[in-house]
Write a protein that binds this ligand. Structure first.
Ligand SMILES: CC(C)(COP(=O)(O)OP(=O)(O)OC[C@H]1O[C@@H](n2cnc3c(N)ncnc32)[C@H](O)[C@@H]1OP(=O)(O)O)[C@@H](O)C(=O)NCCC(=O)NCCS
Length: 150
């Protein structure tokens, strides 16, 4: 059995909690520092309006993702990050499924996201389709992707 299936727990990381702060550290390490950026005050303020989820292994946060309402039917997924040492163990896939299950449970029908080019193949495996042309965000090319929840 893959290591992740026996030792990874998925859970909410309530805004302001210890799990949230650990997720923030992971996001900074995975999504910002490699680009020479830091999390901005604007991003941190936006976190108050998001629902945060994390993956925990041996007491450490190893993955994170969040959802923000766009309208009554739609959520935007952001901040998908898995710590480098644990990639390829289906932690990202499980976090995505966990976030989607939450979205369905809350009655949402659509998830939108801005995928980094290179990560778009990951989302495509789980039913996300590209829309429009690539654009720059946080200094690197992204593409909008959408999934209608079944
Ligand atoms: C993208 C990311 C979240 C994927 O997480 P992960 O836990 O390593 O991915 P998983 O193990 O769940 O992968 C699930 C499947 O998608 C595939 N996959 C993973 N990353 C992929 C990619 N970039 N392109 C295409 N397929 C990918 C895996 O091979 C796996 O396939 P399988 O089911 O046939 O084994 C992780 O690589 C990451 O944090 N990257 C850096 C940050 C980043 O780019 N975040 C996305 C911002 S939009």
């Amino acid at each position: 059995m893959p290591r992740s299936e026996v030792s990874i727990a998925l859970m909410p990381a309530p805004y302001g909690s210890e799990l949230y702060r650990a997720s923030l550290k992971l996001r900074d390490e995975v999504l910002r520092q490699p680009l020479g950026l830091t999390l901005t005050a604007e991003e941190l303020a936006d976190d108050a309006f998001r629902t945060h989820f994390c993956a925990v292994a041996d007491g450490a946060v190893v993955g994170s993702v969040s959802l923000r309402p766009v309208d009554q039917q739609t959520l935007q997924l952001k901040q998908m990050a898995v710590t480098e040492a644990r990639r390829g163990e289906h932690i990202g896939a499980r976090l995505l499924a966990f976030a989607e299950a939450h979205a369905r449970g809350e009655g949402y029908r659509v998830i939108v996201l801005h995928a980094r080019l290179g990560a778009d193949g990951f989302y495509a495996r789980f039913g996300y389709g590209c829309e429009g042309e690539p654009f720059d965000e946080n200094t690197i090319p992204h593409i909008k992707m959408t999934k209608r929840l079944g």
